[in-house]
Design a protein around this ligand. Structure first.
Ligand code: BV8
Ligand code: ZN
Length: 265
């Protein structure tokens, strides 16, 4: 099957990719819905929504800081690195990710759309101010990637899980509200420009890959289907079956870090 794909890719002009939490699983970041999934221990409604944040900003921040701490120690894996290489092999290439961990950027991907934001940025939901990573770590020292990376597990537990108080959460210098993480929560709209760019590219893709996503979260999950509807060859890379699988022309039931390097060489 891999050589069939190679043949098709040889004549492909535009290649699109959608990734989800599965591509970061092998970098040690738990997925959302897998057996060790993040959501298994918590309910998304409890943590990844504006209501949850308004109701208990401390608990929501402790969950995000725990994920940021994990991510700060994570490195891009062979799957991320292959996709960064892939973007130079075709006249047109776009990597669309649902992930907020920034590992595609760290791996060197440039033609990249982060549909659900970046966990190291900040966003004030009252006045709309967005804080880039650098600016946000000045406002909220605990959110500094380098500082988190140096923290041992016991230090993290002491400082964040046991020691953090609500009055220490970041306060918006413009409107005085508590600033949340710069990600898209359930019920929040995705960044217009990012979504438009992703849809437009999917419509003109010759080949479209869906990698490491359970294909349930909307509107991201519609993107591979849009590519298919506009004539793209649809390829899924996922050890498990997903709602997208029946629509795929090729399915690699294996992990991203095994499959992607092989497809390129
Ligand atoms: C919106 C950021 C409009 C935060 C995330 C009912 C029906 C349809 C839709 C809805 C509905 N009810 C509500 C909705 C809309 C809702 C939605 O889709 N809900 C789902 C749960 C049904 N969507 C929204 O709310 C979106 N906004 O619609 O706004 C609107 C606006 C205003 C008013 C009204 C409407 C916002 C969605 C974005 C939410 N934010 N993340 C954070 O990270 O904390 S979503 C979250 O899920 C992550 O971003 C994650 O990436 C994403 C998708 O999950 P996956 O990436 O697929 O991860 P998952 O664990 O599920 O799967 C991993 C896969 O990898 C598995 O298949 C596994 O087999 C595989 N895998 C494992 N290891 C490997 C591997 N694959 C390859 N290699 C491996 N090694
Ligand atoms: Zn504000």
């Amino acid at each position: 099957m891999a050589d069939e794909i190679l043949e098709i890719l040889k004549n492909a002009r535009s290649v699109g990719v959608l990734t989800g939490a599965g591509i970061s699983a092998e970098s040690g970041i738990p997925t959302f819905r897998g057996k060790d999934g993040l959501w298994n221990k918590y309910d998304p409604v409890d943590l990844a929504t504006l209501d949850a944040f308004r109701g208990n900003p401390l608990k929501v921040w402790q969950w995000y800081l725990w994920r940021m701490w994990l991510i700060s120690k994570a490195k891009p894996n062979a799957g991320h690195l292959s996709l960064a290489e892939m973007e130079n092999l075709f006249p047109a290439f776009l990597l669309i990710t649902q992930n907020v961990d920034g590992l595609h950027r760290l791996a060197g991907s440039k033609n990249l759309v982060e549909l659900h934001g970046n966990i190291f940025e900040g966003k004030c939901r009252d006045c709309g101010k967005v804080f880039e990573e650098e600016e946000f770590s000045e406002l909220f020292a605990l959110a500094d990637r380098k500082r988190l990376e140096k923290m041992s597990e016991e230090e993290f537990k002491k400082v964040v899980l046991n020691g953090l108080k609500e009055e220490e959460l970041p306060v918006c210098p413009i409107c005085g509200s508590i600033v949340g993480p710069g990600v898209v929560w359930f019920g929040e709209s995705l960044p217009e420009d990012a979504l438009e760019r992703a849809f437009a590219f999917a419509e003109k893709s010759d080949v479209f890959f869906s990698v490491g996503t359970s294909a349930v979260v909307q509107p991201a999950a519609s993107i591979p289907l849009i590519a298919k509807r506009h004539g793209a060859v649809l390829v899924e890379v996922n050890p498990e079956e997903t709602p997208l699988s029946p629509y795929c022309d090729f399915v690699f039931r294996a992990s991203a870090s095994e499959v992607l390097p092989g497809i390129l060489s």
